[in-house]
Ligand binder design. Structure first.
Ligand code: DMJ
Length: 582
């Protein structure tokens, strides 16, 4: 599908038709013109290959190898990278090939110099990382091109029809993408988007917005961009949307309604119910707590912490696992008996841990609820698949176990790893590693190499494949959760296999979801590489989250949004961890 997109990556033709003049000068000009016509990624890949050849050439040159022996010299940044701990053999797949990677035999043997692989590979890894980072920047620019040309200032790009879709009418993709551009170093794109926010973005609109979605994408995006840039314009916008969302909390129970009219200052539940979703009302806390800290006005924090207090005390949990709905009139759980780590419950668990970290690890109720829930997952939802023994997280429905796992659940390995980094039990990290493998297999076992929205795991003896996908679940929405977890796993383990898995996934996004005229699209069928069937929608989280996490995954710099200084909200917007004193 979308074959022309490959042109952006591979079509490099330097041969000329015979009808032109043959002079050397013309050929030089022609080559130069061709070179200028290439995309940055193409140029980087060519340069990368040439450098690699050069490095290999030096490595195998007996005269040069002597000079090379001892230490590799280079700019400080390169020297730093060279010290990075690496698992080179895993990355290159050269185990058992007899290469002396550690090269215990330094110096020469019988007069012949020995190749210093331990010194050569770091150079290779540095170049590899740089080319992957550039590939993410290129993917972002391509997505941005579509948004800019066909959807500028609107919520979402429809890349197949070259048009746009509105949800809230607030430039959702542009706001979600602001801090990604900043982190990727895309200065021009960022400056243009900043101008739009400053001049065009107005929240004084008669429009209903979903409290959760606008909090995590808009409020979260503006707050994180304010922190990264120090530009107070973003803080002013954040205050504006934050205060306009507050009417949602005017309910009998203080459990907020799902929808707010930010122009009129009114709020209401969805038309068909007076319930709100548990994940939604418990995943707005990082943002509102931060808004209180920045403004000095406690009303935001008080409103969201009241929700946490009530949910903490509520009956109806099973071993720390929460139902999916909560009533805004009486504040009780409804539709009890179904427990999942997927849609409608997922980020409740994520925000328990993240609030505890944000607040300086002092709010014990949050930690207790998180630890209890992890035990609840282990006891009720964890099983192994057949034939590969993959550990997966299923669902419980009125006591009956279902081997169904949403792609959304793939946030969990990253969250477990984050908790272990902050001193929680080491078996959380072990579980994170197992679940990470499973989430990767949800991609690798599909014909397109892209995960479906929902997988069903086989548990019966004699199964030949671990993952089954129902026809209605075969879509892929460009979701971030697996890439997000790969990022955490790589940061904490430095195991290169996680970067390699992410690289495979990025290539498959490029192969099956990239649209030649600009943008990436959701697809309907991850099992049919011949016809993945595009959906004509690029979700804002593809730019806000997926591409950002790819970039952070491929970076070897742990200080690029340090996990000791920032906590990511559930839309991948980094917010500061509060100084201990507060
Ligand atoms: C995003 O809006 C957030 O990550 C949310 O927590 C879950 N859904 C999407 C991405 O899948």
């Amino acid at each position: 599908m979308l074959p022309p997109s490959r042109r952006d990556f591979v079509s490099l033709t330097l041969s000329e038709s015979g009808s032109y003049t043959n002079s050397k000068q013309w050929r030089r000009q022609s080559c130069w013109r061709k070179w200028k016509q290439l995309s940055r990624l193409q140029r980087s890949l060519i340069l990368f290959t040439l450098m690699l050849l050069l490095v290999c050439g030096i490595a195998t040159s007996p005269t040069l190898i002597g000079h090379w022996r001892g230490e590799i010299r280079g700019p400080p940044v390169l020297q730093n990278r060279l010290q990075t701990k690496t698992n080179v053999s895993g990355l290159l797949g050269v185990e058992n090939q007899g290469l002396d990677l550690k090269n215990e035999n330094k110096g020469s043997e019988g007069g012949k110099p020995i190749i210093r692989f331990d010194q050569m590979f770091p150079v290779f890894l540095f170049l590899l990382a740089e080319s992957r980072l550039e590939a993410v920047r290129e993917a972002f620019r391509h997505a941005w091109k579509g948004y800019k040309n066909f959807a500028w200032g609107h919520d979402e790009l429809k890349p197949i029809s070259n048009s746009y879709g509105e949800w809230f009418g607030l430039g959702l993709t542009l706001i979600d993408a602001l801090d990604t551009m900043w982190i990727l170093g895309l200065k021009e794109e960022f400056a243009e988007a900043r101008e739009w926010v400053a001049r065009e973005l107005s929240f004084n609109k008669n429009v209903d917005v979903n409290l959760f979605e606008s909090t995590i994408r808009i409020l979260g995006g503006l707050l994180s961009t304010y922190h990264l840039t120090g530009d107070s314009m973003f803080l002013e916008k954040a205050k504006d949307i934050g205060s306009r969302l507050m009417p949602a909390f005017n309910t009998a129970s203080k459990i907020p309604y799902s929808d707010v009219n930010i122009g009129k200052g009114t709020a209401h539940p969805p038309q068909w119910t007076s319930d709100s979703t548990v994940a939604e009302v418990t995943s707005i806390q990082l943002e509102f707590r931060e808004l209180s800290r920045l403004t000095g006005d406690p009303k935001y924090k008080l409103a969201v912490m009241e929700v946490m207090k009530q949910v903490h005390k509520l009956d109806g949990k099973q071993d720390g696992l929460v139902p999916m709905f909560i009533n805004t009139h009486n504040g009780l759980f409804t539709h009890q008996g179904i427990y999942t780590l997927g849609a409608r419950a997922d980020s409740y668990y994520e925000y328990l841990l993240k609030q505890w970290i944000q607040g300086g690890k002092t709010e014990n109720e949050l930690l207790d609820d998180y630890l209890l829930a992890v035990e609840g997952v282990k006891k009720n939802l964890l099983k192994k698949s057949t034939p590969s023994d993959l550990t997966f997280v299923g669902e419980l429905s009125h006591g009956h176990f279902s081997p169904k796992m949403d792609h959304l659940v793939c946030f969990l390995p990253g969250t477990l790893a984050l908790g272990a980094h902050y001193g929680l039990p080491t078996d959380h990290m072990e579980l994170a590693k197992q679940l990470m493998e499973t989430c990767y297999q949800m991609y690798a076992q599909m014909e397109t190499g892209l995960s479906p929205e929902i997988a069903h795991f086989n548990m019966h003896e004699g199964s030949t494949q671990d993952v089954d996908v129902k026809i209605a679940d075969r879509h892929n929405l460009l979701r971030p959760e697996t890439v997000e977890s790969l990022f955490y796993m790589y940061r904490f383990t430095e195991d290169k296999k996680y970067q390699q898995w992410g690289w495979e996934i990025l290539q498959n996004f490029n192969k099956y979801t990239r649209v030649p005229t600009g943008g990436y699209t959701s697809i309907n069928n991850v099992r049919d590489p011949a016809n993945p069937n595009p959906r004509d929608k690029m979700e804002s989280f593809f730019l806000g989250e997926t591409l950002k996490y790819f970039y952070l995954l491929f970076s070897n710099d742990p200080n690029l949004i340090s996990l000791d200084k920032y906590i990511f909200n559930t839309e991948a917007h980094p917010l500061p961890i509060w100084p201990q004193a507060e």
